[in-house]
Every structure is written in C-alpha cells, then in structure tokens.
Ligand binder design. Structure first.
Ligand code: PLP
Length: 413
C-alpha cells in the first residue's frame, strides 16, 4: 500500500482522545510518549472493560455454576475467540493465555524441551533476541544436554540467512526467533525462516512481542508452530499474554505447571490432564487481563492494522530523516525492512544522560541495553537511547524529540 499522506486512514486527533494518559503534563511539558516498545498506553475501551468486569462480573471462571461465574467464563472464553481470529489460528484450543511473552517462551522451552530435546540436539536462536528468548533456551539446553546455535547478523542489523541455512542440520529440533527486534527495529523474514526450518524438519517459535501492534499477523500463513506475545504491548493490560501453538504439537507436549483447571481427574496415584488449551492454564488466570486484552483487540481492529502500519512507516521515515541530520548521532539498526524503532548513540553523551535530559522536557524514551545485551556487544556499545513509535504518535512529537536531542548536545558540548 502506498497511500499519500493526506489520505492516511488514521484520525490522529480523535485517536489521541481515546488515550487519557497522552494529555498528561510531565515536568510541566506535554508528554511525548516514545517508549512504546517497552509498553503501550491503554485506550478508554480497555480501561472501561476492566472496570466493568470488576464492578459487574467478577467471579472465578470454569468452576462455578452461579450467574457471575458463568458470565466471567463467557467473557474470558469470548476473548480467546477474539485472539484466535486476530492471529487467524485454526481453533480456540490453540490459544493459551499466559502472563506474557516471557512466560510463553518459558512454557515452550520447558514443555517442548522436556518432550522433544535429547542430548546432542540443537536449538537455533538469533543474534538479536531479547533475553527472554535466550535464557529459557540456555536453561533447557543445559538440562537436556542440547546446544544453542546463533544466527549472526550484519552491521545493519539484518540476519544472515546463508549462515542460518548452514546452521540447520538433522540435530536442529527448534528455531526460536524474534519477528521485530526491540532494540534494532529489524523486521525479520520470518516466513522464509519458517519454510527453511520446516524443510529441515525443525519446529519454529516466533517471538511476536514487537509485531502484533504494528503489523497483521496470520499464524497459518506464516505456518509457524508457536507464536507468543504480550497484552501490554498491544494496548492491553500487563500480566497477560498469548501462546499460540499448533494443536497437534501442543497435544504431544507435557504440561508446564500442575494445579487446578489443568486436570481431568486426580487421585494420589495418578492424574489425568485436561484437554487443550486448559492443559497449559494451571490455576486461576488473569481473568480481568484476558478480558481487557479482548477489548484491546477490538480497539485495534476498529482502527485497522493496515492503516496503523502505513502511518507508522511514514513516522519512521520522517524520524529517520530527522535523526540522520543530527551531527554526531549514529543510528543503531538500519535494516531495509524496519518497524518504528529508532535506536541511537550520540557522541559525548551517555544514553542515560540523554534519557534524563529528554525526560525534563516531557519526552519519554528508553535507554540501556533493552534486554538485548548480545546486540550491544555485537555493535560494540554499552547501551542505546531508543525512541519507539505507536500509531498515536505524530510528526510534531518527533520534531520535539529532535529539539530535545539538540539540547542534550548543547549541554554536552
Ligand atoms: N521479546 C521482545 C522482542 C520484547 O521486546 C520483549 C519486551 O520488551 C519481550 C520479548 C518480553 O516481553 P514481556 O516482558 O512482556 O514478557
């Protein structure tokens, strides 16, 4: 899609009114919120839905026969259906509610690992993974005697697919890669990564934490075996997330945690496990969070991810142009396929100082290693300053960001 700017389908003024926090003053200045990769802001639709749940529907789910419990169960399961449609899964039983992306990856690493990984097997991840897609695999590899292999990247922050092809061997049981890098903005060719893995007989998990709020995801089109994301990065509440898995695989995998709701029957001698998806949802889940996430999905659908993507790409292009013109600024992550993440370093100023000075002007960005220390090592830097965009941001806010950076430069000479 190449829509001229005046035809862009985002009604920015009205959209911003949906997010009460965006009209906050910070240090007496209008908030410029550019920390969307860390977490997104919440629209009234989500805030109201959680309120309605606690005020009018609050009860535990699945186990009650009373009216409130049935209502809460109905709303909870309705949210599952919304998510199934949102990512185009084949069945509600392939949607497992978790606490977030990290929890989803840990679930797969543990359960898939305990079921399928043997000594000498290999797991492939990439050089740009979030720690949550590194450490769980390191842990299970150590337990099972398997080995971790890493797809390298170039200086632009693009994965080297030829190197990936060489890493794929009969020992490769699973490939686990990020869709959109949170520290570089790179959009990885995940469909191709899945195809190559499947040709090799390996399964694939996609970390979609930074993807779902910015581009349409169709898990059947991608043909990935697992897909994980967090509610709070898609305008929903914290403490809730989704693991999609192909039913045929999930059925073969051992439960991750034991407890209520994940069983069919329990005696002291033997327990039989519940069907999907409940086999992987032990204990009382984050009911309000799930229902709130359902409201967030309705909200994003009402705007349309095609329009969101188009608009965010125009912001990215604009912001990249502005930052490239700042003397002494180096962009980290310059892949051809990129989402709205602007990571940079500035001569003579540590990223933490940049973040602190920008904060005094009401501008919220993130500084540090962004839970991707190997990426920092690869680029030979301790940290970056990172502005990350959402569809409620504007070009005017990017202008404010750049004036803020100019102030940082004045201070640090
Ligand atoms: N993966 C990526 C690419 C991320 O950006 C993040 C969070 O920043 C995570 C995983 C972990 O997400 P959560 O902390 O919500 O579990």
């Amino acid at each position: 899609m190449n829509i001229p700017e005046n035809k862009i389908l985002i009604d920015i003024e009205n959209i911003r009114k949906d997010f009460p926090i965006l009209s906050t003053l910070v240090h007496g200045k209008p908030l410029v919120y550019l920390d969307n990769a860390a977490t997104t802001q919440k629209p009234n639709a989500v805030l109201n839905m959680q309120n309605v749940y606690y005020k009018e529907q609050n009860a535990n789910i699945h186990r009650g026969v009373h009216h409130l419990s049935e209502t809460a169960t109905f709303e909870y399961e309705k949210a599952r259906g919304k998510i199934k449609n949102f990512i185009n899964a084949a069945d509600n039983k392939e949607i497992i509610f978790t606490a977030g992306t990290t929890a989803g990856i840990n679930l797969v690493a543990h359960s898939f690992g305990k079921t399928f990984l043997k000594a000498g097997d290999e797991v492939i991840i990439s050089a740009m993974e979030h720690h949550s897609n590194i450490v769980p695999w390191q842990m299970i590899c150590e337990e099972q005697g398997a080995h971790l292999r890493i797809i390298p990247m170039n200086d632009e922050g693009e994965l080297l697919l030829d190197e990936y092809k060489k890493l794929l061997t009969p020992k490769t049981k699973i490939v686990s890669v990020v869709y959109i890098s949170n520290s570089l903005g790179t959009v990885n060719p995940v469909k191709q990564i899945v195809e190559l893995a499947h040709r090799n007989g390996s399964k694939v998990l996609i970390d979609g934490a930074q993807a779902v709020a910015h581009t349409k995801v169709d898990v059947r089109e991608l043909d990935c075996d697992f897909f994980v994301f967090s509610g709070h990065k898609i305008f929903g509440p914290t403490g809730v997330g989704v693991l999609y898995g192909k039913a045929s695989l999930l059925e073969q995998m051992k439960p991750y945690q034991g407890g209520g709701d994940m069983i069919l029957s329990v005696t002291f001698e033997k327990t039989t496990f519940n069907d999907l998806p409940y086999k992987f949802e032990a204990g009382t889940p984050n009911i309000a969070g799930v229902i709130g996430l359902g409201a967030a999905i309705d909200y994003i659908n009402s705007i349309g991810l095609d329009a969101v993507e188009e608009y965010e790409q125009s912001l990215l292009e604009y912001g990249t142009g502005l930052l490239r013109a700042v003397k002494g600024l180096r962009l980290i992550g310059t892949a051809k396929a990129k989402a709205g993440i602007l990571s940079f370093v500035l001569e003579n100023a540590h990223p933490h100082d940049i973040g602190t000075i920008l904060d005094r002007q009401g501008i919220a960005i993130r500084t540090g290693h962004h839970c991707t220390q190997p990426v920092m090592q690869r680029f030979g830097i301790p940290a970056t300053a990172r502005a990350s965009i959402s569809f409620y941001n504007t070009k005017a806010e990017l202008d404010v960001l750049v004036s803020g950076i100019e102030k940082v430069k004045e201070i640090f000479g």
